[in-house]
Design a protein around this ligand. Structure first.
Ligand SMILES: [Zn+2]
Length: 89
């Protein structure tokens, strides 16, 4: 499992309380029974518990190397936060 670049990996792996940090978030599927492989990518200031209402910047491309994040990150192993497990909306 390889990240798109070292800088993205470093920001995605720091503790959530670190400012700034990047988190990969998996949401529940909109249709029950379907698997949602589209993740959310956010740049956040430090937080204790993830919430969709936290102030955050939505990332489509890696800010360091330009990789399109949704095309690159398809593996659940990259995910930092999971709706229903680590947070609820
Ligand atoms: Zn990158």
């Amino acid at each position: 499992m390889k990240y798109c670049c070292y800088d993205f990996e470093a920001y995605a792996k720091v503790a959530s309380t670190t400012t700034p940090n990047i988190k990969i978030v998996k949401f529940k599927p909109l249709v029950k029974g379907e698997e949602n492989q589209n993740f959310g990518f956010y740049c956040l200031s430090g937080y204790e518990t993830f919430s969709i209402f936290l102030p955050k910047l939505n990332l489509r491309f890696c800010p360091f190397c330009g990789t399109e994040l949704n095309r690159y990150y398809r593996d659940i192993g990259f995910v930092n936060e999971i709706e229903g497990e680590t947070f609820n909306i």
